[in-house]
Write a protein that binds this ligand. Structure first.
Ligand code: IVH
Length: 669
């Protein structure tokens, strides 16, 4: 089989399957726009290769056959479809084509414009003013009799004031307003039932219920858009026909008369703006020649009227090719895969990047570089890949794997067990993470460099004066540069450099915490310091040894090992030590049994001789655990001035209570 023919057969089979899902099962497997794109591919192939056109090509068919269990009704006047246009140029061409077919005196006619409602087309027949039949579009020739269900729609007149017309046939759209749809789905979810993908499916599903009591409880509405039989002779325009229907009691969507393409374009753009606030979903506007005689003159081309067209909104789901995947490193070292797309207009905006979230999502989608993908974007929502067209996958593609090394700093990348996001291990060194690492490093519970706040750190980093935390201790060499910075006088620089100098005398737990290893918070840092006694031991520890430390599980142990494996981190640590950072060796007492081992303390009220953090550190250094709330497990409450509810609770539980003076005696003793 030729490749063109093979491609045609593939498209025909896909379209048939989608038609079946859409028309028969009310459960579309792709969006309308994706469907249109597939259909357009087939149309193009058929136009270029007319001899290959397949007898079963769905191009000249409106839809699939209806389900057998509703009775079938032949439409006296077929229910046709509309052509589509997408931009101002298409619109101007449409106007031109209309003009070409009209004689001089009728050129540049008025157009009536309506919203293109996203529901289901239904034809209603009134005999002498009584609704006798409601029929779905079906395949355009034959539809299903859904009269019982349609009669339950509340905004629809069942009997008209005017009973003189023998047979009136009007057409319009049955839809489910967004609010009713949301409520219906919410209820379905609560009852553990299947939810509907969108309001159109919900409306379709409701109309296809054999039991009209179900439809009755669904929030459906009918909007009229044309009269195909029974219109009084004196009415000569689409606009007046709709106004007449309105007087009979039918609901209309927004309607408007325009005369030029520019005027129409303005309206189109204003509707795009209004779209999110409309009570129902629309997918474009419909442009109709207003004069009914001119409509008749223009007639139809195959199954579409020449006098009307659908001016669709930009597609919200579009197919395009994934050209590459780039891994971006976030401020905390997380690696996020970003799909680089063949640029494409989605929902009116050109999209060339799309987040793929994480390696798990890539595996779930089974996405590969070179694949055709569907990209969805609605309103201001971030675009996302909703589908990968694996059928269309080019030869020789490879599954996507996580990079072994950070694309920014080349440090090893790890994916901790049970976590979705991979991370770069070059915490101290990686340029992508530097600002975050710097801010953490100087913070109070870390190196506590008071005079060097977040604001200046970021400025220094952006000026290139510092890159990583070791550079902080070289800042004194750049005193001349520093004093030149706006709003940073000699005095502040002096204070800053003194604070940096003072920070060199620290404690091992604070230093470990300052390194910013993932999962190593203040108390884990303290436990690690106790467990290993000095930095060298910690740096050499293996996974098993690390996991013997209280608080340290597999993930944290892994992060520690990886951190100290990264050469760049080691270089930074070496510079820090060389710069003179020191701490007192932990005493034997600290390493061995400590006086408060096994005790659980709570601090409350105001202490006068020290801050709470300091008191906490002192208690921890003596082996106590310090927690935030009093419970039966609390052994002692340290109560400062103005202690309140915690004191009362401790008293009621009979817990040992110590005041500040007693605490100081205990520390000194
Ligand atoms: S007029 C011969 N007006 O769009 C043309 N159709 O793509 C008859 N639709 O099957 C259609 N809003 O379900 C018309 N204001 C509107 C419409 C509308 C939605 C739907 C209708 C039709 C489909 C054609």
């Amino acid at each position: 089989m030729s490749t063109i023919l093979a491609k045609m057969r593939q498209l025909i089979n896909q379209l048939k399957a989608h038609n079946h899902a859409y028309y028969v099962l009310d459960n579309p497997t792709i969006s309308d726009n994706e469907y249109d794109q597939l259909r357009q591919q087939l149309i193009n192939l058929e136009q270029q290769n007319p001899t290959f056109i397949q007898a079963d090509s769905p191009i000249n068919q409106v839809g699939d056959k209806p389900l057998p269990f509703f009775s079938q009704v032949h439409h006296q006047i077929p229910m046709l479809s509309l052509g589509n246009i997408f931009n101002l140029e298409d619109l101007q061409n449409f106007f031109r084509r209309v003009n070409e077919r009209l004689s001089e005196q009728y050129k540049n006619p008025d157009y009536e414009v309506e919203l293109k409602l996203d529901g289901l087309a239904v034809s209603l027949i009134y005999q002498h003013g009584v609704l006798t039949q409601a029929v779905t579009r079906g395949d355009g020739q034959t539809g299903e009799d859904i009269t019982q269900n349609v009669k339950t729609i509340r905004n629809l007149p069942l009997v008209l004031d005017d009973t003189s017309i023998e047979r009136l046939e009007i057409r319009g759209e049955v839809l489910m307003p967004k609010a009713g749809f949301a409520k219906l789905n919410q209820q379905a979810e609560q009852n553990g039932e299947k939810t509907f993908a969108n309001p159109r499916n919900a409306a379709a599903g409701s109309l296809r219920q054999l039991d009209p009591n179900i439809a009755k409880n669904r929030p459906l509405a009918f909007y009229a858009y044309s009269v195909v039989q029974g219109l009084p002779n004196e009415i000569s325009t689409q606009f007046d026909a709709l106004m007449w229907l309105n007087h009979l009691g039918f609901t209309l969507s927004d309607i408007k008369l325009v005369n030029t393409a520019n005027e129409l374009q303005d309206y189109y753009l204003s509707v795009i703006d209004k779209r999110p606030n409309l009570p129902f979903e629309i997918d474009g506007i419909v442009v109709k020649v207003n004069d009914l005689d001119l409509q008749r003159q223009l007639g139809f081309l195959s199954r579409e009227p020449r006098w009307a067209t659908a001016y669709k909104f930009p597609a919200e789901t579009v197919m395009t090719r994934l050209n590459a995947i780039e891994w971006q490193v976030g401020r905390t070292g997380q690696l996020t895969p970003v799909g680089k797309l063949e640029p494409v207009n989605v929902g009116g905006v050109t999209v060339s990047n799309v987040t793929l979230h994480n390696i798990g999502e890539i595996e779930r989608l089974d996405i590969r570089v070179g694949d055709m993908v569907s990209v969805h974007r609605a309103g201001d929502v971030i675009p996302k890949v909703t589908r990968v067209w694996t059928d269309e996958r080019p030869n020789k593609t490879e599954p996507v794997t996580l990079p072994n090394n950070c694309p920014v700093c080349n440090s090893p990348v790890i994916l901790p067990d049970g976590e979705a996001l991979a991370r770069c291990t070059g915490g101290l060194y990686c340029p992508a993470q530097q600002q975050e690492a710097l801010i953490h490093f100087v913070s109070r519970k870390a190196m506590d460099i008071d005079g060097l706040g977040e604001r200046w750190l970021i400025i220094f980093h952006e000026l290139g004066l510092i890159h990583n935390v070791a550079d902080i201790y070289d800042l004194h060499k750049q005193r001349d540069e520093l004093v030149k910075i706006e709003k940073l006088g000699e005095k502040s620089v002096e204070n800053m450099l003194t604070a940096i100098e003072n920070s060199k005398q620290t404690t091992l737990p604070k230093f470990i915490y300052a390194l910013g290893i993932r999962g190593v918070g203040e108390s884990t840092a303290l436990n690690l310091a106790k467990q290993f006694g000095d930095l060298d031991n910690l740096m050499r520890a293996n996974l098993d040894e690390l996991q013997k430390t209280p608080d340290v599980g597999e993930i944290t142990a892994d992060a520690i090992v990886e951190f100290f494996k990264a050469k760049h981190n080691l270089a930074v640590i070496e510079r820090l030590i060389k710069a003179g950072i020191t701490w007192q060796k932990l005493s034997n007492e600290t390493l061995g049994n400590q006086p408060l081992d096994g005790q659980s303390w709570v601090i409350t009220g105001t202490l006068t001789s020290m801050g709470r953090d300091e008191a906490k550190a002192k208690l921890q250094a003596l082996g106590a655990k310090v927690s935030g709330s009093v419970s039966a497990k609390t052994t002692t409450l340290l109560a400062g001035e103005k202690a309140g509810s915690k004191l009362a609770k401790a008293e009621s539980l009979g817990i040992n209570i110590v005041n500040e003076a007693e605490f100081l005696v205990m520390l000194n003793g």
